[in-house]
Ligand binder design. Structure first.
Ligand code: URA
Length: 210
């Protein structure tokens, strides 16, 4: 797995505000949305395009458009939903699939409780949205599902990652075709599987404790 930590002052500024426990849910949602758009800009750097000609008011120009099959964006429920608008702002023609993942708090293993993905992902570029790469369990299960269906390239966009989670995903997916783009890599996981210092429970901070 290739890991890209986006090094940009606006990314660092927004991430710091997200971490602050005093940041309320509406502000947290707005900041997460803006941060994802900045990360998406880097994450889509190699998105497949094809040449196209357009007629300007002056002459014919050659340019590019997104190649088919169009990319698929997959927010991992629930917290990944808070990243969807920020991503589709840059890729409005992408299709969107959904995955609901539950983490067993004892084993820390993830299983899918909802799966709305195309059966055939042959040749597709997939962008997975999940704010926190903690133990890596959710991302490993998600990547396995996508690879089984034939995805050609998979990029996970996360706000924050823990070194333990990166190592787990890397051990399972050592090769090309899998990329992580994030705003920061923190020190470690704590005993409850939370990222330290992190930003707390991303789902709760986006949507409240329900
Ligand atoms: N999920 C979260 O929302 N936060 C963490 O720190 C770890 C997993």
């Amino acid at each position: 797995m290739r890991t890209l930590v986006v090094d940009h002052p606006l990314v660092a500024h927004k991430l710091t505000a997200l971490r602050d426990e005093r940041t309320d849910s509406p502000t947290f949602r707005r900041l997460a949305d803006e941060l994802v758009t900045l990360l998406a800009y880097e994450a889509t750097r190699s998105v497949a395009v094809e040449p196209v000609e357009v007629t300007t008011p002056v002459a014919v120009a050659t340019g590019v458009r997104l190649a088919k099959p169009l990319p698929l964006v997959v927010p991992v429920l629930r917290a990944g939903l808070g990243m969807l608008d920020g991503m589709t702002r840059l890729l409005p023609t992408a299709e969107v699939g959904f995955l609901g993942m539950l983490r067993d708090e004892t084993s820390l293993l993830a299983t899918a409780y909802a799966n709305r993905l195309p059966e055939d992902l042959s040749g597709r570029e997939v962008f997975v949205l999940d704010p926190m790469l903690a133990t890596g369990g959710t991302l490993v299960t998600t990547f396995e599902l996508l690879v089984e269906r034939g995805a050609r390239s998979i990029t996970a966009i996360c706000l924050l990652a823990a070194p333990e989670g990166i190592a787990t995903v890397e051990a399972r997916f050592p090769g090309q075709g899998v990329t992580l783009v994030c705003a920061g890599v923190d020190e470690r996981l704590n005993e409850k599987g939370y990222i330290h210092p992190g930003l707390g429970d991303a789902g709760d901070r986006l949507y409240g404790v329900v």
